[in-house]
Design a binder for this molecule. Structure first.
Ligand SMILES: *Cc1c(COP(=O)(O)O)cnc(C)c1O
Length: 410
């Protein structure tokens, strides 16, 4: 008799975006001539950089040629891409990685969800609150998160609140945990972590023999010089951290699919009886060779093109476009009297609801009063209550009109 993995039954449906869509549809059904603008989407809108498109065309022609055809590639990704990553994303910041420490993937979500299988199912974990849901849900599926209480908190997960009071910088836990998920610049708050604060986490992990999973999907949006792009800018991080990156938000690859995971050779963890330390890099390599067959040749050529002189310039322009949206949004919302966080080194703004309103209440008010859609912060965790998230991924004209309406409404 095949028995299901009952951990899946503990997962609620992922209601947040379905719930938003439902409420927007109710509004539209009763206000048929209204034009609703969404500042809630977490997807890019600008087209791919021309250098990337050219590289993809060339790659397709390769696949159509008997001399340049490519079948299965290396499970770890093509060496030319891994070397380009090492040379462009890390070396300029003084980080020396070997190409064998880089694993190319089909986007960061898969590895973020899968990487936890290297660690025993009963190890404890900590996450920031609010949070990108993958970190917890993937651990619910393998039984690590424990059981859920009525507040939606899991028994084996330590929650680290990120609030106005602590400047959205979580404090290291007052107890031992084995695994920690950090995301900077942060989705949903759009805030960053300084080198000094990140150092506390690396030191905590080294002291407690914990592993940090560092999601740097938004590092390309960092504008300030003193904000770390990589956790490996911190001494000792190679011994305790795995970093996940993606071309999705960096270069508009949400539909192309390419990212990578760094598993340093120096990163080790103990066996249960403590007799042996085992390197995670060969374990992840073994896992990838068994369960993954590489991301497409075309996607990898596309990723490589983001590092060409033209590619870099064009990718930077599109990030500049979104960051100009973010700047306008910050300005307008702050001028309207709202308390606004993030949006300076990330495409997200985390906005305090006025007069202590709940996230959903303010969401409805903006929908009915300004025909603008945002994302209720409470959907990302209990500490998100009393906030909404705006994204800067819209096109300029929509963004301007939405801001105009919000200003008039407030
Ligand atoms: C968008 C996003 C990613 C990247 O997802 P992909 O699978 O690479 O498209 C990773 N982490 C966070 C927090 C994100 O918001």
């Amino acid at each position: 008799m095949a028995l299901i993995n009952e951990h899946y039954l503990k997962l609620g449906a992922n209601y947040l975006f379905a719930d938003i869509a439902k409420r927007v549809n109710v509004y539209k059904a009763t206000h048929t001539d209204a034009r609703v603008i969404s500042l809630g989407i977490g997807d890019v809108t600008q087209p791919l950089a021309p250098a990337v498109v050219e590289a993809m065309h060339r790659a397709v022609d390769d696949l159509g040629s008997s001399e340049r055809f490519h079948g299965y590639g290396p499970e770890q990704g093509y060496l030319w891409l891994r070397e380009a990553i090492v040379r462009n994303d890390f070396l300029p910041r003084g980080i020396h990685l070997d190409a064998s420490e880089v694993f190319v993937n089909d986007g960061a979500k898969s590895d973020t969800g899968n990487i936890g299988e290297l660690i025993r199912w009963d190890n404890s974990m900590a996450v920031t609150d609010p949070i990108y849901p993958v970190y917890v849900d993937s651990n619910v599926m393998n039984g690590r998160a424990g059981t859920c209480n009525e507040q939606g908190e899991w028994s084996n997960v330590v929650y680290l609140p990120c609030t106005e009071a602590n400047g959205f910088v979580p404090q290291v836990p007052d107890r031992r945990v084995d695994m920690i998920y950090l995301c900077y610049p942060n989705n949903p708050t759009g805030t960053t972590i300084s080198k000094d604060e990140l150092r506390k986490w690396v030191n905590y992990a080294l002291r407690n023999d914990a592993i940090i999973f560092y999601d740097a999907a938004y590092q390309a949006y960092i504008q300030d010089d003193d904000v770390p792009h990589s956790i490996y800018e911190i001494r000792g991080a190679r011994k305790c951290a795995i970093e996940l990156r993606s071309y999705s938000k960096t270069a508009g690859f949400t539909g192309v699919r390419c990212g990578y995971t760094v598993v340093p050779k120096e990163l080790t963890a103990s066996t249960m009886d403590g007799s042996r330390r085992v390197a995670l890099n060969p374990m992840w390599n073994r896992r990838q060779c068994t369960k993954f067959n590489g991301t497409s040749y075309v996607s990898q050529r596309a990723a490589e093109a983001t590092y060409s002189p033209d590619g870099r310039k064009q990718v930077a322009e599109s990030i500049g476009y979104y960051m100009e949206n973010a700047r306008m949004m910050r300005q307008t919302l702050a001028d309207a009297g709202l308390r606004v966080y993030g949006g300076e080194n990330a495409p997200y703004l985390w906005v305090r609801t006025p007069d202590g309103k709940g996230s959903w209440q303010f969401f409805e008010e903006l929908l009915y009063g300004a025909q603008v859609v945002c994302t209720p912060g409470v959907g990302f965790g209990p500490s998100g209550e009393g906030f909404v998230r705006f994204t800067a991924f819209g096109n300029r004209a929509d963004c301007e009109e939405a801001l105009d309406r919000i200003r008039k409404y407030i």
